[in-house]
Design a protein. Structure first.
Length: 120
């Protein structure tokens, strides 16, 4: 009978440890804040418009709605635009234009097609 009690205790311990491990990622996860060490010069360089690009076509990826992103950018629909907004809401503002590559479904080809339209 004592071995049955030992097995029950072992199984109980396994269940408790498993549930703790499954929930630990939510407790241990931390929100990534934008890097505050970047200089203003860096941001000014990112916001500088290439010659011949008109301001109306620009899209601020830190402020635009999903609808605006989908409408003004080539190669994305409303779903990818929503993913950009969701990423921004979860992790904070983009520090550089290249940070948009961290959004799932956004690749280098999209960035190169739209780089001249993207601002911070």
């Amino acid at each position: 009978m004592t071995w049955m009690k030992s097995i029950k205790q072992l199984l109980g311990s396994i269940v408790v440890i498993s549930s703790m491990l499954m929930c630990s990622h939510a407790v241990l996860a931390k929100k990534i804040e934008p890097d505050k060490t970047m200089t203003n010069k860096h941001f000014q360089e990112e916001k500088t418009l290439p010659a011949g690009v008109d301001n109306i076509a620009q899209v601020n990826i830190n402020q635009a709605s999903a609808e605006e992103l989908a409408k003004k950018l080539h190669g994305i629909g409303i779903q990818k635009a929503k993913a950009i907004v969701e990423y921004r809401n979860t992790y904070g503002a983009f520090n550089t234009i290249e940070n948009i590559l961290e959004v799932r479904g956004i690749g280098p080809a999209f960035l190169e097609k739209n780089r001249s339209k993207l601002t911070l």
